[in-house]
Design a protein around this ligand. Structure first.
Ligand SMILES: *[C@@H]1O[C@H](CO)[C@@H](O)[C@H](O)[C@H]1NC(C)=O
Ligand SMILES: *[C@@H]1O[C@H](CO)[C@@H](O)[C@H](O)[C@H]1NC(C)=O
Ligand SMILES: *[C@@H]1O[C@H](CO)[C@@H](O)[C@H](O)[C@H]1NC(C)=O
Ligand SMILES: *[C@@H]1O[C@H](CO)[C@@H](O)[C@H](O)[C@H]1NC(C)=O
Ligand SMILES: *[C@@H]1O[C@H](CO)[C@@H](O)[C@H](O)[C@H]1NC(C)=O
Ligand SMILES: *[C@@H]1O[C@H](CO)[C@@H](O)[C@H](O)[C@H]1NC(C)=O
Ligand SMILES: *[C@@H]1O[C@H](CO)[C@@H](O)[C@H](O)[C@H]1NC(C)=O
Ligand SMILES: *[C@@H]1O[C@H](CO)[C@@H](O)[C@H](O)[C@H]1NC(C)=O
Length: 299
């Protein structure tokens, strides 16, 4: 009897784990290679299959949920709330957290919610060598447009100059206190070093809109301006601080940011649509993932 029971137990356990594996495999085959990144092991893990008197279960354990692919920490299901300017709130990735390499092709994606359409604030910025903003995405309350700006590496330390690259876009029928998904992709053609920048917008009701596109002509300076340099510090919710580490509160963000991820690849529109509809937190950037920022929250 005992041995029969134990065979039954093993069989059911195997079936249970197979079901988990089948779901995972279906997911694996449905997504593009670019999105198949291993997520942070502190926040993502495989379920444990348990034999219990009342049945046989695959469990993610307390604080974790099954996302039909893997177990994910409930801490990942979060946003950062920037609710006042008096206290400088921000999240940072610096050389103590992670060293970011130079990138030509890249994707930066995030969910954003504005509290007030008339208030200006920076969603994200990069700083190099303690100089101010090198790259930033900010929202301007005066023209109600989002702006992306990048300096060239030759300009680092000369940020009183006009950025090498700037690009602005408007979201039709933009509403406060609603989540929008934004993705910015860059593709550099190696032969002529010209770059294609695309911004994809997914409004709250879904449906990723055709990208807004800006092209730069070839030429090493301009091409450099459209890359991300190595060893940058990344700030969410503020302009990069100045050389004495002060933030400019006129650019403090008022709203919420969630699921900021960064890849060293140019994601496609289909990939971006998958990110924008991913309510199960299945995707992680291969350079920066949302859970990296959970370690670096300040304010
Ligand atoms: C700023 O933070 C301090 C300490 O956490 C708190 O006492 C103060 O009320 C905060 N200020 C505002 C305007 O929220
Ligand atoms: C890390 O960054 C700080 C501030 O920018 C800098 O002073 C320090 O030298 C850097 N350390 C390394 C190992 O790059
Ligand atoms: C960027 O991606 C394109 C398309 O995959 C590829 O042809 C190109 O070599 C990449 N550029 C760099 C600098 O890696
Ligand atoms: C934005 O509008 C609110 C009221 O709707 C007002 O209190 C606030 O001062 C405005 N901010 C700016 C920067 O104009
Ligand atoms: C650079 O090359 C790509 C294909 O390799 C082409 O699509 C693009 O138009 C070229 N850009 C310029 C500015 O010539
Ligand atoms: C990375 O940046 C540092 C300065 O911050 C520079 O000295 C180094 O040469 C760079 N490395 C690469 C591979 O670009
Ligand atoms: C940085 O900003 C603070 C506050 O605005 C200012 O007092 C300080 O002089 C600035 N430092 C530098 C090096 O620009
Ligand atoms: C992108 O990042 C991954 C992981 O850090 C690395 O293995 C890969 O070589 C990088 N690809 C490029 C084109 O830099």
């Amino acid at each position: 009897m005992a041995s029969l029971l134990s065979i039954g137990v093993n069989l059911l356990t195997v079936l249970c784990c197979l079901a988990c594996t089948t779901e995972s495999l279906e997911f694996e085959t449905a997504i593009s290679d670019a999105l198949k990144t291993e997520c942070h092991a502190d926040f993502y893990c495989r379920p444990e299959c348990l034999d219990r008197p009342d049945g046989y279960y695959c469990e993610c354990g307390p604080g974790f949920m099954w996302n039909s692919y893997t177990c994910v920490s409930l801490a990942v299901d979060s946003s950062m709330v920037f609710s006042n300017r008096a206290n400088a709130s921000y999240a940072v990735i610096n050389n103590r957290t992670k060293i970011l390499p130079k990138q030509y092709n890249f994707t930066i994606a995030l969910f954003v919610k504005l509290f007030h359409l008339n208030e200006t604030g920076t969603l994200f910025s990069l700083r190099k060598d303690s100089h101010g903003n090198y790259v930033r995405i900010w929202y301007s309350g005066s023209d109600r447009r989002f702006h992306i700006e990048a300096y060239s590496e030759l300009q680092i330390g000369r940020t009183n100059e006009a950025p090498q690259f700037s690009f602005s876009f408007k979201i039709d029928n933009l509403r406060p206190r609603e989540w929008y998904h934004l993705a910015w992709t860059n593709l550099m053609h190696p032969r002529n070093r010209s770059t294609d920048w695309k911004v994809y917008i997914t409004p709250p009701q879904g449906g990723t809109l055709p990208p807004k596109i800006k092209r730069s002509v070839g030429g090493s300076n301009i091409a450099e301006g459209a890359t991300l340099p190595n060893r940058t510090e990344l700030y969410l919710g503020q302009n990069s601080p100045n050389a004495s580490n002060h933030f400019d509160m006129r650019f403090a963000f008022l709203g919420e940011i969630s699921h900021f991820n960064m890849w060293n690849e140019t994601l496609t529109r289909e990939d971006v649509a998958a990110l924008a509809t991913d309510d199960k937190h299945r995707f992680c950037g291969n350079q920066v993932e949302w859970s990296d920022l959970r370690y670096g929250t300040r304010g």
